[in-house]
Design a protein around this ligand. Structure first.
Ligand SMILES: [Cu+2]
Length: 485
């Protein structure tokens, strides 16, 4: 009996100690997450880089503020595409007859689909009607000037109730993009402040009769919506037609997507077209949080193609009408971009000369053992070639996303890619995987590099790529109320 008592006492003590530890950890974490004030351009940890030859931010040349980096003035007669987006508390009437509270752009979630043509100037005026915490819009995947990137506390202050902010950028790269608030992004995107941005190409290697874009979303942590619908989406498509289906994973977890009833090609990843993508059948496509995959499908004579999530019934898209096609086998192979499509020389290889090489080890919720602003920024200088080696050490998948640049994926687990070059704004790493990516520092600014599982980002997996000499007048922290994640 005594033994049992002692054992019981021990475990109680153990639980108490564990709780105390949790409490301590969470206190420390909150201070880290919500410091009073941090200047994201000045987080230099020179000693930790161990490289004295690179001057630290703000010390190299005359400082330039991110706010000065804007789009050039429009030419006379230049076409401008203007949009208004109003963020507001909304009660959404769902198509299943239920109501849910959400934060919306223009009364819907996702907000309106913005469609523009490659090369057009886009002007979007954001109004915050009544979101007390403030809002911003980040144009996910779009290469634009620093001041337009929409990161609260880095490129602007969060826009308070009754306030406005106008974003302006030229849609230089055609492709599938999306937008979301980058003020408390995990909370705000989760409550509905998201939408699609499609930049149609002037000309394309691919031809198609119909062009659809679909957002897969988890609203309020429970509602699985497909372009706002609760039970999937029905889209028109006739036998023989070819369909470009742009899939946007606006949810944080990886979605395994299958195409049933037809062959398909993956023609674009993160908005960037692939070279010579071949026909595929019966493969699961893993789409990480924030990533976009465009598939090209020729409709079969049987009439219906189903594009659907392996695990979640609500995320399904029915193209055309006809008998429901046979589903994919649960253990069908995984789509692998590392040997897909046709190579195309661009001179960017893993063994070329890089000006700087950075190693980022991804833990469960940390990068190189650190969190948030405690992670030293990756310093770069305009014109330099940068290599980042991502190594996933332990835990769930991490879709690592870089603002303001496209990188080329060079290697996976040490092996160079052998198919089409892959240019992307994110790379999805599963446990134990290693990727090398390269980019040229050709867009001066202060750019976030973070996990786009937004829950992970909110727990510390977020850091900066900072150009030397760039500054910002904005601050992250409780004093300003700018809390980007
Ligand atoms: Cu992550």
């Amino acid at each position: 009996m005594a033994g049992i008592g002692l054992k019981h006492k021990k475990s109680t003590l153990g639980i108490a100690a564990f709780c105390a530890l949790l409490l301590l950890t969470s206190c420390g974490y909150d201070e880290l997450r919500y410091p009073e004030e941090v200047d994201m351009s000045q987080m230099h940890h020179g000693a930790e880089h161990g490289d004295a030859s690179h001057p630290i931010a703000g010390e190299s040349t005359a400082a330039i503020s991110c706010t000065e980096l804007k789009e050039v003035k429009p030419a006379v007669g230049e076409q401008v595409r203007s949009f208004d987006l109003t963020a507001a508390n909304t009660v959404l009437n769902l198509d299943n007859g239920k109501k849910t509270e959400a934060w919306t752009f223009n009364g819907t979630s996702p907000g309106p689909e913005l469609r523009v043509k490659e090369g057009e100037r886009v002007k979007v005026t954001l109004t915050n009607r009544d979101i007390d915490e403030g809002v911003t819009i980040h144009w996910h995947g779009v290469i634009l000037p620093c001041s337009q990137d929409g990161v609260a506390g880095v490129t602007q202050d969060a826009i308070g109730p009754g306030e406005h902010f106008t974003y302006e950028f030229i849609a230089r790269h055609p492709g599938t993009y999306w937008y979301h608030s980058h003020q408390q992004s995990s909370v705000q995107a989760g409550k509905g402040l998201i939408g699609r941005l499609i930049v149609e190409p002037k000309q394309s290697d691919f031809t198609y009769d119909r062009d659809y874009a679909v957002t897969l979303q988890l609203l309020n942590e429970k509602l699985k919506l497909t372009n706002g619908h609760t039970d999937g989406l029905q889209l028109d498509a006739a036998p023989g037609e070819s369909i470009r289906l742009r899939l946007i994973n606006a949810y944080s977890e990886v979605q395994w997507i299958g195409v049933a009833g037809a062959d398909f090609r993956v023609i674009s990843i993160d908005g960037q077209d692939l070279n010579g993508p071949g026909k595929l059948r019966g493969q699961w496509i893993p789409i990480g949080g924030g990533q976009r995959y465009d598939v090209l499908i020729t409709m079969p004579s049987s009439g219906q193609v189903k594009v659907y999530s392996k695990e979640h019934k609500a995320w399904n898209i029915r193209l055309g009408k006809g008998p429901t096609p046979n589903p994919l086998s649960k253990d069908a192979p995984q789509f692998d971009f590392t040997d897909y499509g046709t190579p195309l020389e661009d001179g960017i290889t893993a063994d070329m000369k890089f000006d700087r090489v950075y190693d980022l080890k991804l833990g469960i919720l940390d990068i190189n053992g650190k969190k948030f602003h405690e992670i030293p920024p990756l310093l770069v200088k305009e014109g330099e070639w940068i290599k980042i080696r991502f190594k996933h050490t332990f835990g769930g998948p991490h879709p690592m996303h870089l603002h303001g640049h496209l990188f080329k994926i060079l290697t996976k687990n040490g092996k160079p890619l052998t198919g089409s070059p892959i240019y992307a704004d994110s790379v999805l790493l599963f446990s134990g995987e290693e990727y090398e990516v390269a980019f040229q520092a050709d867009n001066p600014g202060l750019w976030m590099e973070h996990c786009h599982n937004l829950g992970h980002a909110a727990n510390g997996m977020t850091m900066m790529v900072n150009y030397e000499g760039l500054t910002t007048p904005y601050r992250v922290g409780t004093k300003s109320g700018n809390l980007p994640d």
